[in-house]
Write a protein that binds this ligand. Structure first.
Ligand SMILES: Cc1ncc(COP(=O)(O)O)c(C=O)c1O
Length: 419
């Protein structure tokens, strides 16, 4: 039997935080947006992290499959990456002119992802915004095609017209279609082709609260063909999946080539840098845009990013992520089957998505995940997970033991379902 965690210090800290920080912890790292349901099962703050593990304010240890929602790709506090960052701190970070290391990083990144140029910023939303602006500057058109269920950040143009703080005008140029649906894509193009600047999508649908969906055979090749024929810029938002499926970018993984591709989370193992990468034909358009930020050319993340990318290449990281992801998901599937639990596993193994489907609500699934978290396997009930390079087979096997015990606890609480 595993120890069941308690969170007294976490709760005291949350009370302090709520007084001085909106929502205590806002956004996806907080209990509301993070859907930490039931909240009693989750910690709110960590004190340290190393490799694939993190320790909360009460000293509880977790094997962390959220990886900071993506940035932890080589392992928390990786000594080589941190050493490169510290060396750079000692010789200059935010300077009046960018450090020479920016050029080194741009060369390495463009070589790795097979694009002609890289434009650096800080967050994913900075570069999805720049991608849209670039497409509009290049085409002189206004409209954006989105795929239903998308997430491209929090700027008003990415939100729905009825979201708080968003004006209907912010979304006036948005067109929404379904993923894998070429009929819909053909129709919007034939109706409005002269007005469409770009098609923006993640490489596969890794949305929340639903099974993740991979591209149908030939889908991306046909999207590519339609965009090229109609002068529409094809933008891939690889902020979440980038460097987890294929180090050359997820467009390469699925056998097509994006015009613009957005990277962020996994570039520098948690050091803050994002990048828009693109083809030469669209470089004049991106160069014509006035776009910058106070910290966007800071040198420390470039130093970290260089070591991180080299490390991922050397380790053939994406093969490793897939192998360990399959070890975990195959193990979970076996456990669920042995207990007659209908566990759906979807998405890519490196970014697996889980959902128990034995009721019409999320309750059974949320309860199972909550029991896993309370025993030290940090999973979520509504979001894809992430594998990182420091994860080991032993940690995966320990996770399977936790998930097994947690499933028994959930089953016992629901005799009405599991007779
Ligand atoms: C697919 C995708 N696009 C864009 C973003 C926005 O990135 P950021 O939160 O760094 O602005 C995210 C963040 O989770 C994401 O997953």
């Amino acid at each position: 039997m595993k120890t069941v965690y308690t969170y007294n210090k976490n709760r005291e800290l949350m009370q302090r935080a709520a007084k001085v920080i909106p929502c205590g912890v806002y956004g996806h790292l907080g209990p509301a947006e993070g859907c930490m349901i039931p909240t009693s099962a989750y910690p709110f703050f960590v004190t340290k992290a190393k490799g694939s593990e993190m320790w909360d304010a009460d000293g509880n240890r977790f094997i962390d499959y959220m990886c900071g929602y993506g940035p932890n790709v080589s392992g928390y506090c990786d000594p080589e990456i941190d050493e490169a960052a510290m060396k750079q701190i000692a010789i200059g970070n935010c300077t009046t002119l960018p450090n020479t290391i920016m050029v080194d990083f741009a060369e390495l990144l463009t070589d790795t992802v097979k694009k002609d140029w890289a434009f650096f910023a800080k967050n994913g939303g900075d570069v999805t915004q720049l991608a849209i602006m670039t497409a509009r500057a290049h085409t002189g058109r206004k409209k954006i095609i989105f795929v239903n269920g998308y997430y491209h950040g929090v700027a008003p143009w990415t939100q729905k017209p009825d979201s708080p703080g968003v004006l209907p005008e912010d979304c006036r140029n948005s067109i929404y279609i379904d993923f894998n649906d070429l009929t819909q894509l053909n129709k919007v193009i034939s109706d409005q082709k002269e007005k469409i600047a770009c098609f923006i999508a993640t490489p596969y649908m890794h949305g929340n609260f639903k099974d993740n969906v991979l591209p149908a055979d030939g889908y991306w090749q046909e999207v590519r063909r339609l965009c090229t024929e109609n002068g529409i810029v094809l933008i891939i938002d690889d902020i979440r999946a980038g460097f987890r499926l294929n180090l050359a970018g997820s467009d390469a993984h699925y056998g097509f080539e994006a015009d613009l591709i957005c990277f962020c989370k996994a570039i520098a193992n948690g050091y803050n840098v994002s990048a828009l990468c693109g083809k030469n034909f669209i470089k004049p358009a991106v160069s014509s845009i006035m776009y910058t930020g106070s910290y966007w050319m800071s040198a420390v993340p470039f130093a970290a990013g260089i070591v991180n990318i080299k490390k991922l290449i050397k380790a053939d990281a994406c093969t490793y992520f897939r192998t360990l992801g399959l070890r975990l998901t195959d193990g979970l599937a076996k456990i669920a089957k042995s207990k007659n639990v209908n566990l759906s596993i979807s998405g890519e193994p490196a970014m697996f998505y889980l959902m128990i489907k034995d009721d019409n609500s999320l309750i059974l699934h949320q309860e199972w995940i909550a029991e896993c978290v309370k025993r030290g396997a940090f999973l979520t009930n509504h979001h894809n997970h992430f594998i990182n390079l420091s994860l080991t087979e032993d940690l995966v096997d320990e996770t399977l033991e936790i998930c097994d015990e947690a499933m028994d606890v959930m089953i016992k609480k629901h005799p009405e379902v599991y007779k």
